[in-house]
Design a protein around this ligand. Structure first.
Ligand code: HEM
Ligand code: HEM
Length: 222
C-alpha cells in the first residue's frame, strides 16, 4: 500500500450522518425536484410542497443547533479561508480529515440553504402563510385559489404594466408581488445551478477519496 493511500485511509474514517440529516437531505432534494419539474408553478401542489420544504428546512436548521456534533453548524463553519486551504490541499494531493462537510462543501451547503430560504420567502410572499388556526385545514381548492390568485395578479400585472407605466402609476402591492415573482424565479434558477455543482462536487470528492460519499447519506449506511 502506498504511503498516500495509507494516509488517506487513516485520515478519512467512514462518515456517519444521523437519521435527521439523511431524512431532511433527501426530503429537501425530493421537494426541490417536485417543484422544479413536476408541480405546476403556483398550483396548490406547488405551494403545499413549498410549505413542507419550509418545515423540513426549519427542522434541519434547528438540528444544526441541537443535533449530534457532525450535524452542528460549529462542525462546518462558513469560512472562505478554510475553503481556500481545502483547495490548496486538493492541489497538493493532501488528504485532511473533516468530521463534517469539508470547508468547500460547507460553502455550498450554506449557499444552498440561503438560496432555499429566499425561494421559500418569496414563495410565501406570493402565496401567503398556511392557515394558522388550530385544526384549520387549507383545502386543495383553497390552496389552489391562493396559487391562482398569485398567478392572476402576476398576469394582470403583466397586462397592466404598460398602462401603469404610461400613467406613471406604480401600485406598491402589485409591484411587490412582481418583485417577489422575479426573485423567486431567479433564485430557483440559481438553486438548480448550485445543485449541479453540489452533485459534481460530491462526485469529485468521492473520486478523490476513493469512497462513495453518497452511500453515507443512505439509510442504514455510513
Ligand atoms: C425549491 C422550491 C421551489 C422551486 C424550485 C420553485 C420554482 C418556481 C418557479 C420556477 C416558478 C415560476 C416563476 C415564474 O416564471 O414566474 C414558481 C412560481 C411560483 N411559486 Fe415556486 N418554487 C419553489 C418553492 C415555492 C414555495 C416555498 C412557495 C410558497 C409556499 C412557492 C410558490 C409559488 C407561487 C405562488 C408561484 C406563482 C408565481 C406567479 O407566477 O404568480 N414556490 N416557482
Ligand atoms: C435537489 C437536490 C439536492 C439538494 C438541494 C442537496 C442539498 C444538500 C445539502 C443542503 C447538504 C448538506 C446536508 C446537511 O448537512 O444537512 C447536502 C449534502 C450532501 N449531499 Fe446533497 N443535495 C441534493 C442532491 C444530492 C444528490 C443527487 C446526491 C448524490 C450524489 C447528494 C449527495 C450529498 C452528499 C454525499 C452530501 C454530504 C456531503 C459530505 O460528505 O460532506 N445530494 N446536500
Amino acid at each position: 500500500m502506498s504511503k498516500r493511500t495509507a494516509t488517506m485511509t487513516d485520515t478519512h474514517p467512514a462518515r456517519r450522518w444521523d437519521p435527521v440529516v439523511k431524512l431532511t437531505h433527501w426530503s429537501v432534494a425530493l421537494a426541490v425536484l417536485a417543484n422544479a419539474v413536476i408541480t405546476e408553478e403556483g398550483s396548490a401542489a406547488h405551494v403545499w410542497v413549498g410549505y413542507a420544504l419550509a418545515a423540513i428546512l426549519g427542522l434541519r436548521l434547528l438540528w444544526g443547533l441541537v443535533g449530534p456534533p457532525e450535524a452542528r453548524f460549529a462542525a462546518f463553519p462558513l469560512s472562505l479561508g478554510r475553503a481556500v486551504a481545502h483547495l490548496r490541499d486538493i492541489r497538493a494531493g493532501r488528504h485532511v480529515a473533516h468530521r463534517s462537510h469539508n470547508p468547500l462543501g460547507a460553502l455550498m451547503v450554506y449557499a444552498i440553504w440561503a438560496t432555499l430560504l429566499v425561494v421559500i420567502g418569496t414563495g410565501i410572499a406570493m402565496a401567503g402563510l398556511p392557515p394558522a388556526r388550530t385544526g384549520a385545514r387549507l383545502t386543495v381548492s383553497e390552496a389552489s385559489a391562493r396559487g391562482e390568485a398569485a398567478q392572476h395578479r402576476a398576469d394582470s400585472e403583466d397586462r397592466g404594466e404598460h398602462e401603469r407605466e404610461e400613467r406613471g402609476d406604480h401600485g406598491d402591492g402589485e409591484q411587490g408581488e412582481g418583485i417577489a415573482e422575479e426573485v423567486h424565479e431567479a433564485t430557483a434558477t440559481l438553486l438548480y445551478g448550485l445543485i449541479l455543482l453540489h452533485v459534481a462536487g460530491v462526485a469529485f470528492e468521492s473520486r478523490r477519496q476513493r469512497r462513495n460519499l453518497a452511500l453515507a447519506m443512505l439509510p442504514g449506511r455510513g
